[in-house]
Design a protein around this ligand. Sequence first.
Ligand code: SF4
Length: 363
Amino acid sequence: MKGLYVHIPFCEHICFYCDFAKRVPKNKSMMDEYLLYLKKDFLALDSDKKHYDTIYIGGGTPSLLDIDQLTTLFELFKSYNPVEYTIEVNPESYTHEKGLLFKQYGINRISLGVQSFEQPILDYIGRKHKNEQVFDAVKSLKSIGIDNISIDLIFAIPGQTMASIKHDLDMLETLDVTHVSYYSLILEEKTVFHYKYLNNAFKKADIDLEADMYLYIQDRLARLGFEQYEISNFAKAGLYSKHNHLYWTMAPYDAIGAGAHGFDGQKRYYNYRDLPQYYEKVRQGSYIETQESYLSDTLIFGLRTLKGIHIETVNQRHSIDLLEKYKDIQKFIDLGLLQIEDNYLKLTKKGLLLGNQVFEVFI
Ligand code: SF4
């Protein structure tokens, strides 16, 4: 399996929690120029290795592009016929016409940025859409025949209560979608929330309430027929994200666009987030290699999945004895955060709540 990640770094507004590579475009021609460099970036990839089982167009907000720009983008990839072809969509920039274009170019999976169904919470985190736009988008996509729809939601937002989470899941139930990515709010540096935090104007959610919310989400989604297959991801009918699975299993994927990260099977590489720097790198035809450890990524990404990591495979691939190299693994087993089952090392139910503590061992 091999994937392609395509980054579109434009958003209509900046959400207060977001640390993705994004900016508000000054005008249409700024996005047109970006697409020219994106094309050069893509054409510079080794054509012998261009075969993609998955394509994921993320951002930013890809659905912010207009019909002509989307057509230019999709034309680049039209000969690849991936089994899974995803685009990220925000409800406020979706139109039925864009949905028809997605279908025409073989896009078969939508990741819809919802985050919450409560207007005060949406206002608090800086999102601009209304619930009606979410319902209209899902209805439109289904009428077009794109049924594999994932919804992004966030919990542990200051101000959210258990009643808020129940309400969000009630609304989710009525939408009848196939996949949910449900993340806890992380206070990332250089975000609006972080700035507020430094000025004592942002208070993180209570940790016990966050744990209660997570347990409720797991239980309620299970009752709705979703299988949890990763710390934050839940799917119906085995419709796991094939593209994300590539990340978690350290399979190779190409990446194009500002701020995009790729992996060739051995090394990670990335592009600058800053557009002039990215354009210069594209002109030079080069990426920046990172020093990030392949082993550390393998362990952290693998442990995020409910299946865990196969100890023998890791030992052979990295010429190590995992349990010997990381003696703290035994400590976490004793604490009930990790377990070994059929030679797979994985998080326990309690460990899923406290994964970040475990991952620190591997950084
Ligand atoms: S969360 Fe999404 S829509 Fe909001 S600023 Fe970040 S990339 Fe843009």
